[in-house]
Unconditional design. Structure first.
Length: 328
């Protein structure tokens, strides 16, 4: 069985690829290594996995129909885990047309190829952002999601609707997984935990949007990978399932935990909340528990500790490389 992982060199994707390779799976990665953040980070993410003979990596775009069709044709793709997307709420407000093209057209392209090549299972990486400023707590898959407050959220909801459409018309088994604020080693440099950690550690000022009382349901990457793999190993007709930690914390508490792990105090600049940001995310994971036997294992305190350990090792390695380069 050959599994296609789009966005397989990204933060979540690269961890998922390593897990699947460790289970003896045959993997094809599709990633365009764009410059949304430094492509070198993605190449570093995938550097170990790419040496595995069970992995084939293509540097191409999900919107490139001809290139994607060659991959489906050549490798006999049986299952698709679609994680590739332009991510981020604030950048989507600045570049909505790009987000629509990649996140909507790219997803539709993969669904159409899945129809043509009779893919046995399609897993779509969706987002908690589809809930908008939902007032029902915690967020349930049964809640209405008709009021996205950013173009990114709208494109993720559109992706879910395309998925349902292709299941309804062509009976493709599809699971849409709504990820809740995933963090951990390799996470994107623009995301709060990594950005705060790097700035606090280098005694630079951090920006805290609002008064610090906004809440996020931070979910450690390994728990998310557990959920994705569980979905992969089960057969559903069509489902939408939350994957979160179900323990939201306030932004100011997050900063406190990072301070504790680094042993440093943050220099905080309070600035207004940004358009498109939701006030709270909070996953109802009862459906995941029932259908996937999903059970998050990593608390925010433990997860931040593991992330800070990774940050320190990476910083030490970079310093050693810089010293070596200067000597040469």
């Amino acid at each position: 069985m050959t599994i296609l992982v789009t966005g397989g060199a990204g933060f979540i994707g690269s961890h998922l690829v390593e897990r699947l390779l460790s289970q003896g799976k045959q993997i094809v990665v599709l990633d365009n290594f764009n410059d949304f953040y430094p492509p070198a980070y993605k190449r570093e993410n995938i550097s170990a996995a790419i040496r595995n003979p069970s992995l084939t990596c293509y540097e191409t775009d999900i919107c490139n129909t001809a290139s994607c069709q060659e991959i489906f044709e050549k490798h006999g793709i049986e299952k698709v885990i679609h994680l590739a997307a332009y991510a981020g709420v604030r950048p989507s407000i600045e570049r909505p047309l790009l987000y629509e093209e990649v996140n909507c057209r790219g997803t539709l392209n993969l669904l159409e190829l899945s129809r043509i090549y009779k893919v046995r299972q399609f897993i779509f990486g969706s987002s908690s952002s589809v809930y908008g400023n939902n007032t029902n707590i915690p967020f349930s898959e049964e809640d209405p999601v008709n009021e996205p407050i950013s173009p990114y959220a709208a494109t993720k909801r559109a992706g879910e609707l395309y998925c349902y459409n292709y299941h309804h018309l062509y009976k493709i088994p599809i699971v849409c997984l709504r990820f809740f604020t995933v963090y951990g080693p390799r996470q994107r440099p623009d995301l709060a935990i990594r950005k705060f950690t790097e700035l606090i550690d280098s005694d630079q000022q951090i920006s805290m949007y609002g008064d610090g009382t906004t809440q996020r349901d931070y979910t450690f990457f390994s728990d998310i990978i557990d959920g994705v793999v569980s979905a992969l190993n089960r057969q559903f007709n069509f489902e939408i399932i939350n994957l979160g930690n179900s323990t939201p914390i306030q932004l100011k508490r997050l900063i406190e935990i990072i301070e504790q792990e680094l042993g440093k105090k943050a220099h905080i600049a309070m600035i207004p909340e940004q358009p498109g940001d939701v006030h709270r995310t909070y996953a109802d994971i009862r459906k995941a528990e029932r259908l996937l036997q999903y059970k998050p294992k990593v608390s925010i305190e433990r997860g931040i500790g593991l992330f800070v350990d990774w940050h320190k090792k990476r910083k030490k390695q970079e310093q050693a490389e810089n010293t070596s380069a200067k000597r040469n």
